[in-house]
Design a protein around this ligand. Structure first.
Ligand code: NI
Length: 188
């Protein structure tokens, strides 16, 4: 297993719409193992394949650290392959989110509380399932990644303007991340 560098905001791979994959996708079991290790090293609860440079529809979630806040999360560790959100419903709510591609930045983001989705697990078994609360929240965040959407896209124009300098610093590598990162726009 190896720890992969996480792409920082500014890398074009984070903006791609990720591709569906087949069970024969080369190196898939290894990639999933590496993503777990990379996520744990960075103390994240979710990691999407585009964040480690592969624009494919795959993300991993281990939300057990949040079990204190929501007991249903005590066993929520899962691999999602080829997910498709079919429906989102309910009154949008705010939650303070972070993202491993935006070190040291946390912002309140508004999302709907319930989703219905179709996905495959690491054995390519198919599921259709509903999720709500923090489970849905974390899935929605990771799902955004495979659609090329980033947390900054949820900010109001005002918030974006207020954070302009910090966002530029992230792109240019002027941040102290405690895990390996790749800064495409690093200033020399
Ligand atoms: Ni993220």
């Amino acid at each position: 297993m190896s720890i992969l560098p996480i792409l920082a905001y500014g890398d074009p791979v984070l903006r791609e719409k990720a591709r569906f994959i087949e069970p024969e996708h080369p190196g898939l079991p290894q990639l999933i193992e590496d993503m777990w290790e990379t996520m744990y090293k960075a103390q994240g609860v979710g990691l999407a394949a585009p964040q480690v440079g592969q624009a494919i529809r795959l993300f991993v979630i281990d939300a057990r650290p949040f079990a204190d806040e929501e007991p249903g999360l005590s066993e929520f560790k899962q691999v999602f392959i080829n997910p498709e959100i079919l429906e989102q419903s309910g009154q949008p709510w705010l939650f303070n989110e972070g993202c491993l591609s935006f070190p040291e930045l946390r912002e309140d983001i508004r999302r709907q509380p319930t989703i219905r989705m179709r996905y495959q697990d690491e054995h390519f078994e198919r599921f259709e399932e509903s999720f709500s609360g923090l489970k849905a929240r974390i899935i929605q965040h990771e799902y955004d990644h495979i659609e090329g959407i980033l947390m900054v896209d949820h900010f109001s124009p005002l918030k974006k303007r207020l954070l302009r300098k910090r966002l530029a610093n992230i792109m240019q590598g002027q941040v102290a991340a405690s895990y390996p990162m790749k800064f495409t726009s690093r200033k020399r």
